[in-house]
Design a protein around this ligand. Structure first.
Ligand code: F0G
Length: 368
């Protein structure tokens, strides 16, 4: 065997052992990184695109529905895609501390990546409105957590001002590197399906993610990796739907605390995405969100957080408008384990408690 061939084989083997390198290495030519950018990664990305038959069946007409399960990222949400970029670029610029406002997932992700980079992380959260799993993550990753008597919108105003006044990098989605990282989810969808879907259904809060997906779809289309562009269908919780009702919501409320946002910072960009993709925005009630959440759990074995289920709830609400034979991707932005309180309160499980520890009792309770 020639020397070159044997080196090549060894390199290939190394690649196989190391597996997926994280999205910066996987999509390096598409991202604003250079050889001198330190890559801070937890090997995020490459999340599964899972066919969800029970939703396809509910729509019928040979429509195929897939879930882009981004809750399987390292900290359990799509935020890791943006954070690997934002933190790598912050590190490259010599920054020593980052800050964000968050409904929970951004804080978990920022904390994890900042710590991995050897930086300090400060997170501002609305006191009492962050799901337990997310708070637990920020604490375990060692962020400094500042809970304010206000909502996400108030927290974002504060961190934007802080990052202007003090030497600290803002890693909310106003940071352009966040969207660059998040656009890779659109690349992965096209790489898997071989084409863009007809519809992309996505929950919206601050509307960074819908903007990032659209960037990704546009870039791949321009490079001839796909022939079409999807209609971008954005969904918000009814009590927290500034983009649907086209007005600021002073006191947003919803069970989907991740998207409890009344004044989205990426509003103008999101409206542009809607218009240029011939898409639409719609609100879904908390009841509809929970119904979709249960369908995913009980029929598909997929546990997402309530905000993510808004994409399925929205699709079901608009099912009559779906064209025959369409391919639809619903983005499941966060893992169900993030919000155990919601799960315990909202399920149809049979749960027997306080049983005597003997086989007769257990068998009898089981119906034998
Ligand atoms: N889904 C989940 C699970 C989220 O955590 C968020 C946003 C969204 C959807 C909406 O994404 O803001 O880009 O439109 N969470 C932010 C946070 C606000 O602080 O974790 P968006």
């Amino acid at each position: 065997m020639s020397l070159i061939k044997s080196i090549q084989q060894r390199l290939n083997q190394k690649k196989r052992i190391q597996g997926w390198p994280g999205l910066i290495e996987a999509y390096r030519p598409w991202l604003p990184v250079t050889e001198s950018t330190p890559v801070i990664t937890l090997q995020e990305g490459s999340t599964p695109l899972i066919p969800i038959h029970s939703i396809s069946e509910r729509i019928g007409r040979n429509v195929k529905v897939y879930a882009k399960y981004d809750g399987l990222n390292p900290t359990g949400s799509f935020k890791d895609r943006g954070m690997t970029m934002a933190i790598s670029k912050a590190k490259e610029s010599g920054c020593e501390a980052v800050i964000c406002a968050s409904t929970g997932n951004t804080s978990a992700s920022a904390a994890a990546y900042a710590k991995r980079a050897g930086m300090k992380a400060f997170v501002l959260i609305p006191d009492g409105y962050v799901a337990q799993g997310k708070l637990a993550q920020a604490l375990v990753y060692g962020a400094e957590v500042l809970a304010i008597k206000g909502n996400f919108d108030n927290a974002l105003d504060i961190v934007r001002e802080l990052s202007n006044k003090y030497p600290i990098t803002l890693v909310n989605s106003v940071n352009p590197f966040r969207l660059e990282g998040q656009k890779t989810a659109a690349f992965e969808i096209i790489d898997t399906l071989g084409e863009a879907p007809d519809w992309l259904c996505i929950p919206m809060g601050n509307a960074g993610n819908i903007t990032a997906y659209w960037m990704g779809f546009l870039e791949y289309k321009k490079a001839n990796k796909s022939k079409k562009l999807p209609r971008m269908m954005g969904f918000q919780a009814a009590g927290s739907a500034p983009l649907v009702f086209n007005k600021k919501i002073e006191n947003p409320e919803t069970i989907a605390t991740a998207i409890r946002i009344g004044n989205p910072v990426n509003k103008e960009k999101a409206i542009l995405v809607k218009e240029s993709s011939n898409g639409d925005f719609l609100d879904v009630t908390d009841e509809e969100i929970i119904e979709a959440y249960k369908i995913l759990g009980q029929n598909e074995g997929i546990f997402c957080e309530p905000a993510s289920a808004a994409s399925i709830a929205g699709l079901l609400k608009r099912k009559n408008e779906v064209p025959n034979n369409a391919t639809i991707v619903c983005v499941l932005t966060g893992n169900g384990l993030k919000d155990p309180d919601c799960a315990i309160k909202n399920n149809d499980a049979v749960f027997h408690t306080g049983l005597e520890a003997d086989i007769q009792t257990v068998a009898k309770t089981m119906g034998f």
